[in-house]
Design a binder for this molecule. Structure first.
Ligand code: CAA
Ligand code: NAD
Length: 307
C-alpha cells in the first residue's frame, strides 16, 4: 500500500554514505561491495600502508569480475574498476572519516575493548542519526555499544558479513533489545541495496552461522589431533561427502586462524551460555599455529602452505 511505498522510498534514501572502519579482508570487501552498488564510501584504517593493502585487495577482486564482464576489452575493464574505486576514499582520521556518514560499519580486530573504544570515538564525531554497525564474528552486539547513550544504542546493530564478502550472499542482521524498529528496517534495506540477502537474528553468541560453523571447525581440528585422518582427507571427505565448497581446514585458513582462535577462546572463557563448553575447548594444534604466526591464507601458511 501507500504506507509501504512511502516508507521504503524514505528508507532507501536513508543510507547513501558509508564509512567502513578497518580495511582488512572483511572491511575492504564491505567497502568494495557498497561502492559497486553506487554508495559513496570512506574506508578508515590506522595507516596509509593498511589502506593501500585494502585498495590492492579491492582492485584485485574487482579486476576478476571486470575480466568476466568485459572479456575482450581491457580498457573497459580498467574503466569499470576505476569508477568503483573512485567512489571509495581512504582516510586515517576516524573523526573526519565518520563525520558525514549515514552508516558506520566497523570491521577491526576481534577484541571487545578495542571495539568499545573505537565506538566511543565514533560517537563523538558521527551525525546523531547515523546507524552504527559492527561486523563482529562472536562478540555480543549489546556489549560493544554498552557505553554509548540510549539514543546511540537505539541505532546500533550487528551487520555480519561473510568471507569472501564479494561472493557470499548472506548478511546477518543482529538486533538488540534496545533497537528502534526503524533501525532494523534501515539495516535490512541497506543489505538488500548492496545485493545481499539478510537473515535477522537475536544478539546471541555466534548468531546463526558461526554458532554452527565453529563447533564443526573445532571438531575437525580435534579429529586431526587424534590422528583419525589428515587435513587433506578430512577436507576431501567434507567436500565430496557432504557437499561443502571448502573443507574445514581450507575454511579455517581462509577465515584466519587468529580469528578462529579469538572466537573460540572468547566463548570458552566468557561466552554467554557457552563458558566452559567443551565444543570450544582450546586446541593445542590451533594454539601452536597462531603462536608461530601461521594465520592461514593471509600470512601464507596455516594448516596449508600458500606461498
Ligand atoms: N566480486 C563479486 N563477485 C564475484 C567475485 C568478486 N570479486 N568473484 C567471483 N564472484 C562471483 C562469481 O561471478 C559467482 O557468481 P554467480 O554464482 O552469480 O556466477 C560467485 O561469485 C561465485 O564465484 P566462483 O564461482 O568463482 O566461486 P567458487 O565456486 O570458486 O567458490 C567460494 C568460491 C564462494 C569462496 C566457495 O569456495 C565458498 O563458498 N567457500 C566457503 C566460504 C565460506 O563458508 N565462508 C564463510 C566463512 S565464515 C565467515 O565468514 C564468518 C565469520 O565471522 C568467521
Ligand atoms: P583483518 O586482520 O584482515 O583486518 C583488520 C583491519 O582493521 C586491519 O587492516 C587493521 O589495520 C584495522 N584496524 C585495527 N584496529 C583499528 C582501529 N582502531 N581503527 C581502524 N582500523 C583498525 O581482520 P578481518 O578478518 O577483516 O576481521 C575484521 C572483523 O570482522 C573482526 O571483528 C572479525 O571477527 C570479523 N569477521 C571476520 C571474518 C573472517 O572470515 N575473517 C568474517 C566475518 C567477520
Amino acid at each position: 500500500g501507500i504506507r509501504a511505498f512511502s516508507s521504503s522510498a524514505a528508507v532507501s534514501e536513508a543510507i547513501k554514505r558509508i564509512t567502513v572502519v578497518g580495511g582488512g579482508q572483511m572491511g575492504a570487501g564491505i567497502a568494495q561491495v557498497a561502492a559497486t552498488f553506487d554508495h559513496q564510501v570512506t574506508l578508515v584504517d590506522v595507516s596509509p600502508e593498511a589502506l593501500e593493502r585494502g585498495r590492492q585487495y579491492m582492485g584485485k577482486s574487482l579486476g576478476r569480475v571486470a575480466k568476466k564482464k568485459f572479456p575482450e576489452d581491457p580498457a573497459q575493464q580498467t574503466n569499470w574498476v576505476d569508477s568503483i574505486l573512485g567512489r571509495i576514499q581512504g582516510s586515517t582520521e576516524l573523526s573526519k572519516g565518520v563525520s558525514q556518514a549515514d552508516l558506520v560499519v566497523e570491521a577491526i580486530v576481534e577484541n571487545i575493548n578495542v571495539k568499545q573504544s573505537l565506538f566511543a570515538d565514533v560517537a563523538q564525531a558521527a551525525p546523531a542519526d547515523c546507524i552504527l554497525a559492527s561486523n563482529t564474528s562472536s562478540l555480543p552486539i549489546g556489549r560493544i555499544f554498552e557505553n554509548l547513550s540510549a539514543e546511540r544504542r537505539a541505532l546500533a546493530v550487528g551487520l555480519h558479513f561473510f568471507n569472501p564478502v564479494a561472493q557470499m550472499k548472506l548478511v546477518e542482521v543482529v538486533r538488540t533489545g534496545e533497537n528502534r524498529e526503524e533501525t532494523v528496517q534501515k539495516a535490512l534495506d541497506f543489505v538488500r541495496a548492496i545485493g545481499k540477502s539478510p537473515a535477522v537474528c537475536q544478539d546471541t553468541p555466534g548468531f546463526i552461522v558461526n554458532r554452527l560453523l565453529l563447533p564443526y571447525m573445532m571438531e575437525a581440528i580435534r579429529l586431526l589431533e587424534r590422528g583419525v585422518a589428515d587435513s587433506r582427507d578430512i577436507d576431501t571427505a567434507m567436500k565430496l561427502g557432504a557437499g561443502y565448497p571448502m573443507g574445514p581446514f581450507e575454511l579455517a585458513d581462509y577465515v584466519g586462524l587468529d580469528t578462529v582462535k579469538a572466537i573460540v577462546d572468547g566463548w570458552y572463557t566468557d561466552g554467554e551460555g557457552l563458558k566452559g563448553d567443551s565444543l570450544f575447548m582450546p586446541s593445542p594444534k590451533l594454539n601452536e599455529l597462531v603462536a608461530a604466526g601461521n594465520l592461514g591464507v593471509k600470512s601464507g601458511q596455516g594448516f596449508y602452505n600458500y606461498k
